[in-house]
Design a protein around this ligand. Structure first.
Ligand code: SF4
Length: 476
């Protein structure tokens, strides 16, 4: 019997903005879905008479599909905010799905947004059943996440590209400003699943429309001297030489959403006007802020941190006892830091604990994990960083991928140092690549780094990049 296939488009709220020639992401997805020549149904989370309504949750979507679509063998799921779906790849997926009688088919190692999900009727019914009571919002990866819960009980068909494209590590949708610009760049450059690498080699800067993670060094001064930190070797104490209010205003109107971290070589809480910093965090709710701190100066601030929702505190604690703490951190603050962490947990502040693995800390790792095991997924174990050879090599394990690819920090991050220079990363201790933000706007300085990024795509790694072991560390 011939397969009866239907397409489902889930209409997402950021798909009505024009991408090109008066066409929105939704128009483009619709046109692509029509070209498959299957009946299609559009489900929307807003009450619009033109489309079938669901309340935004995964269970509601599957329930409405079950109610409205009676006759089908397979469903192909699309999202309206992903205009880069590759229809040739989709046809290959459907063909593989049908000929191998698969339950679920997806494309692996392609960037998110190039391929839909295909599932058969029995799998649809099963997912509908297990989603009962699941009120989480339906997202692009929801179906795959449900399959992953019990992947061995499905016949899964996977399509992979000839070359691994995972390192691009971006989601191509129109759901926020950065993704929108990225997706638009790909769209106007005619990029599909077959020509991604060829096109990016010509114009890699299209992967850098905006940064997603910005680190600001409020202070290069520290009250500790950790054995794995460049601070004891540099000791150039200063506070940021830029107007922090102006800086935050420039950044937030440029990126609109994303992550800003206060960290760097110094301890952020030594910055004398932290009150203003907290005020700026509160005034920018679309940006998520992270403060990376040794935790020793937190006490007077805990009360003020507890009502801020867009903030995460990461406390660096690299020892499980007082004596080793003093040796590793160069300060006798173990009890103070533990007490501050406990206070933050009690006050429901979003706090993570970070431990750097290196020769000096390794014997403390087990004790650290046991002490804080109740925090489970809020523990970050970081590898040692020698700052491109600036510090002695103390690493325990080598985590670097076998094949080098263009640096993720250069693709997605910015580091603004306390002198007011924009650099691609904190690795560049001697400021080989920095641009002075007293002269250039942040956007100009960011765009000036395109040439360095292009050199990475040409497999040329200059100065600190050559000895770097941080290029594959992905922040957000
Ligand atoms: S390769 Fe290393 S030094 Fe070069 S930009 Fe990336 S993180 Fe910085």
């Amino acid at each position: 019997m011939k397969n009866v296939n239907v397409s489902v488009i889930v209409k997402k709220k950021y798909s009505d903005k024009q991408i090109i020639d008066n066409r929105t992401s939704f128009d483009i997805v619709l046109e692509k879905v029509r070209s498959l020549n299957y009946p299609f149904y559009i489900f929307s989370e807003s009450q619009d008479n033109d489309y079938l309504y669901f309340d935004g949750s995964v269970n509601s979507l599957l329930k409405q599909i079950d109610f409205h679509i009676k006759k089908f063998n397979n469903i192909i799921f699309f999202n309206s905010d992903m205009p880069l779906y590759d229809i040739e790849l989709t046809k290959k997926m459907i063909s593989a799905h049908e000929s191998n009688l698969a339950d679920f088919t997806f494309a692996e190692n392609y960037p998110s947004g190039f391929s839909p999900y295909v599932l058969n009727r029995a799998t649809f019914k099963k997912l509908f059943l297990i989603s009962t009571g699941n009120n989480s919002i339906y997202e692009y990866n929801t179906l795959k996440a449900l399959i992953d819960l019990d992947i061995n009980s499905y016949d899964v068909e996977i399509l992979s590209p000839e070359e691994d494209l995972r390192f691009i590590r971006e989601t191509f949708s129109t759901s926020n400003k950065r993704s929108f610009l990225l997706t638009k760049n790909f769209f106007i450059n005619d990029i599909n699943s077959n020509n991604i690498l060829e096109k990016l080699k010509e114009k890699p800067e299209i992967l850098r429309p905006l940064p997603s993670y910005i680190t600001i060094e409020l202070s290069s001064k520290c009250n500790q001297s950790c054995v794995f930190c460049p601070y004891p070797k540099i000791k150039k104490d200063s506070f940021i030489k830029l107007d922090i209010i102006k800086l935050l205003s420039e950044i937030s109107s440029w990126i609109e959403e994303g992550y800003i971290e206060f960290s760097g070589i110094g301890e952020p809480f030594t910055y004398p006007d932290f009150e203003t910093v907290l005020d700026l965090i509160r005034k920018n709710p679309k940006i998520h802020f992270i403060i990376e701190t040794n935790g020793s100066l937190l006490k007077p601030w805990i009360e003020k941190l507890k009502d801020i929702n867009n903030l995460t505190i990461i406390v660096l604690i690299n020892a499980s006892n007082k004596e080793d703490y003093k040796r590793i951190h160069g300060a006798d603050d173990f009890n103070i830091v533990e007490s501050n962490i406990e206070q933050m947990i009690k006050n429901k502040i979003d706090v993570y604990l970070q431990f750097v693995r290196c020769r000096d800390t390794e014997t403390n790792l087990d004790g650290f994990i046991k002490r804080w095991e109740f925090m489970k997924d809020k523990i970050i174990i970081r590898k040692y960083n020698d700052f491109s050879g600036f510090l002695e090599d103390k690493k325990i394990v080598d985590l670097s991928p076998l094949n080098r690819f263009p640096c993720w920090k250069l693709q997605r991050n910015i580091f603004i140092d306390s002198q007011g220079y924009l650099r691609p990363c904190y690795q560049d201790i001697n400021n080989n690549f920095g641009f002075d933000l007293n002269i250039l706007s942040i956007q100009e300085a960011w765009e000036n780094l395109n040439h360095l990024y292009k050199r990475h795509w040409d497999n040329i790694f200059d100065s600190v990049c050559n000895n770097c072991d941080e290029w594959y560390v992905f922040d957000f």
